[in-house]
Design a protein around this ligand. Structure first.
Ligand SMILES: NC(=O)c1ccc[n+]([C@@H]2O[C@H](COP(=O)([O-])OP(=O)(O)OC[C@H]3O[C@@H](n4cnc5c(N)ncnc54)[C@H](O)[C@@H]3O)[C@@H](O)[C@H]2O)c1
Length: 436
């Protein structure tokens, strides 16, 4: 604000007190003063308007998904901190894994971390708790993880010093990389956050992994959005992925190429998983099934997008438990990395799998199911699908994942939404928590 003031005042200083030639005639002084007075009043008015607009736009600007500044992130280091890390990384048997889960306070990260911990793996979470959506939800997930024995370190995947420290304390056998800037439409508001987390952050993580000794095997989340404008259905891993429709999709596609480079040069074992619209309890408030639920309950109008000629937009909605099984299976079948301390010793495994449900459902049907479960009629508005990143439909071919991972989704949309709604009601109802 002080900077603002300086700018405004210097702006005032530069304004001539009266336009035209300087006149020393006393009779003109009164007119001159009047003019001066009126131009200063005008300027004050404009200045007030300008400041008002600035304040208005400040409050309208989107929430920043940039990570909190380093000093406000949870402090790390010290013997107590290391002890917590070691305890959280403790394994039940010699064949168990020690896994670093990035994005652990996120939707998928929370579920995967708990599943791994429950079966006896050692798990350390890492998350920067950014404010892309309600941080209270991320903190509540963290609390649940804490109770399950998973310690979530507060930090950014771009922080090399922190990552090196974690690898010093724990020789991770695997990294489950789920930290990312998610969301398709938000990329138009905050493109830098996608570059920060999905590209720069991923490269930083791979740099640390390639130098680690032993090198971990990496499983990471790509996205069905890499299929972009591909119209061949169902989407197969062999289909083209060079027509992204959003910066989010482009950042995931870039991730796949970057992953290949680190596999090729350093012998890192890397598996990319293309998730298809994951939903379920503890889900993401920026996703349609979540905010439709909130808005239907509040009696607010919901917007349903349509394709040309009022055709339906459809998604291959995949229930979280099925995705978790796919992730765990990808970890179980991942081969070891072949390099050590930054040197490749032989070729390493490189895989990409679709993890979807193979059963696309029109968004209108999703709304019908929600209406039935919530026992409330939705106020619907139909609009043409804007060209801001969303694609008309997604449909996964999962035969490769079925063959190699034994992946077999078992939850249909109605069953999965029932579980989501049950969780939503118990999480928000009666509490002071407000949904995003
Ligand atoms: N949920 C879906 O439908 C879906 C679909 C396709 C792909 N994916 C991918 O799956 C992964 C998990 O998605 P999600 O739905 O759980 O999203 P999410 O936003 O709930 O979880 C991501 C977590 O990563 C954290 N994070 C972001 N940038 C970070 C950084 N630089 N350093 C440390 N932490 C950071 C966030 O705070 C968040 O908690 C993401 O990579 C996402 O792109 C998800």
């Amino acid at each position: 604000m002080s900077q603002l003031k300086t700018i405004s005042l210097s702006h005032l200083d530069n304004v001539p007190s009266s336009p035209g030639k300087f006149k020393s005639d006393k009779s003109l002084t009164y007119i001159h003063r009047l003019r001066l007075h009126s131009s200063v009043s005008k300027l004050t008015l404009w200045l007030a308007l300008f400041l008002g607009l600035l304040v208005f736009f400040f409050f309208l600007s989107p929430p920043s998904a940039s990570p909190p500044p380093r000093r406000s992130l949870g402090s790390w280091g010290g013997s107590r901190w290391e002890k917590r890390i070691r305890t959280s990384a403790r394994v039940r048997s010699r064949s168990s894994f020690t896994v670093l889960v990035t994005g652990a306070a996120g939707f998928v990260g929370t579920h995967v971390s708990i599943a791994l911990k429950r079966r006896g793996d050692g798990v350390i979470g890492l998350d920067n708790f950014n404010a892309y959506y309600d941080t209270k939800l991320k903190r509540a997930r963290q609390e649940m993880l804490d109770q399950a024995g998973v310690f979530v370190v507060e930090g950014d995947i771009n922080d090399k010093e922190l990552l090196n420290k974690l690898f010093d304390v724990v020789p991770f056998t695997h990294v489950m990389h789920l930290a990312a800037q998610a969301g398709v439409r938000y990329a138009m508001q905050n493109p830098a956050s996608y570059v920060h987390s999905n590209i720069a952050g991923f490269v930083n993580l791979l740099e640390v992994c390639k130098s680690a000794n032993p090198q971990p095997a990496i499983v990471w989340a790509s996205s069905s959005s890499v299929y972009g404008l591909n119209s061949k259905v169902p989407f197969s891993e062999k289909d083209r992925t060079d027509q992204p429709a959003s910066l989010y999709a482009a950042s995931k596609k870039a991730g796949e190429e970057i992953a290949h480079t680190y596999n090729h040069i350093y012998g890192l074992s890397i598996t990319g998983l293309r998730f298809f619209t994951v939903y379920g309890p503890w889900g993401r408030p920026d996703m349609a099934y979540f905010f439709f639920t909130r808005d239907i309950l509040k009696g607010k109008e919901i917007t349903i997008y349509e394709g040309a000629d009022h055709s339906s937009v459809a998604r291959d909605f995949t229930y979280i438990d099925d995705i978790v099984k796919g992730c765990v299976s990808a970890l179980d079948t991942a081969k070891k990395s072949t390099g050590s301390s930054g040197k490749k010793k032989g070729s390493a495994q490189f895989r990409i799998f679709n993890l979807g449900n193979t059963s696309p459902v029109p968004v209108t049907k999703l709304v019908n199911i929600l209406e039935k479960l919530l026992k409330v009629k939705a106020k619907k508005k139909f609009l043409p699908l804007p060209r801001n990143g969303d694609v008309k439909f997604t449909h996964a071919n999962i035969s490769l994942a079925h063959r190699e991972l034994g992946y077999e989704p078992t939850t249909d949309l109605e069953t999965g939404l029932k579980k989501f709604v049950k969780w939503y009601m118990s999480y928000y109802k009666g509490s002071k928590r407000s949904s995003w």
